[in-house]
Design a protein around this ligand. Sequence first.
Ligand SMILES: [Zn+2]
Ligand SMILES: [Zn+2]
Length: 258
Amino acid sequence: MSFDRHFFFRGFRPFWTGLRGEIGGLLDRLLPVTCAFCGTLLDSSHQPTLCPSCLNTLNCEKPPSCPRCALPFPDFGGSDHLCGNCQRQPPPFRAVCALGVYEGPLRQAIHRFKYQQDFTLATPLGHLLSEAITGQHPSHHHLILPVPLHPRRLRQRTFNQSLLLARVIGNLSGIPVAANLLRRVMHTPSQQGLSLDDRRHNLINAFALHSKLSGQSVLLVDDVMTSGATVAACTNALLENGAQTVDVAILGRAAKSL
Ligand SMILES: [Zn+2]
Ligand SMILES: [Zn+2]
C-alpha cells in the first residue's frame, strides 16, 4: 500500500492546530501575565499588557503641539498654530500622530525596545500608538509602511523596530502593511549634530519605491522623530511615486527639532 503523504498531512494539520490551541490556552492559564514594562503581575491577559500605572505613564496626556509635525510647544498655548519650522517650510506629510514626547518613561521604553531588543514591548507600544492614530487620523488609510532601514543597518541591528510596530497597527486596524515597498537605497551616517538643511540634503534620493502607487493614502510608521528629515524624505519619495497623502505615526516626538 502506498503512503499518501498529502492525505496524511491534510489529516494531521487540523489535529495539530487544535492541539496547539489547547496548549496555548493551558499556558495562558498556568503562566502569570506580567506588565511588559515593569513586570508587575496582571490579573488577566488583555492588550496592552501594561499595569494601570505604566499605562498612565506611557499614555499620558500630551502637551499642546504643532498640528502638522507634533513638535511640543514649551508654553501652555493651544495647538491651533503651526510651529516656526512648519511655517517657514511646510513639511510634505499631512500630519504627525505621536504617542508622546520622547522623554522620561516613554524614552526608556523605546530604548529598551530598540536598543536592548525587548520585543515584548512591541505589542503594547504598537497598541497604544494604534489607539492614538484612531483618535487623530480617523480617515481611512489604504496602506501602512514602516520607515525602512538601509540593509547595512538592518544587518547590524537584525530587526526593524518600525516594521514590528507597523505590523501591530496593521493587525489591529486590518490595513495591509507593505513591508518592502519603500526601500532605503542610500546609507547615511548618523545625522546627529547636523543642521536641518544638512539633514535634508543628506537624505535626497535616500529612499526609493519597489513599485508605483496609484492614489493611495499612506500611513508611515517610525519609532522616534527628531528633525522630521527622515519621514519628510520618505514622504517625498511616496508622493513622487503616486501616493495621494501621507500621514506619519511615531512613538516619541523629540521636544526640540534638532
Ligand atoms: Zn507596569
Ligand atoms: Zn510643526
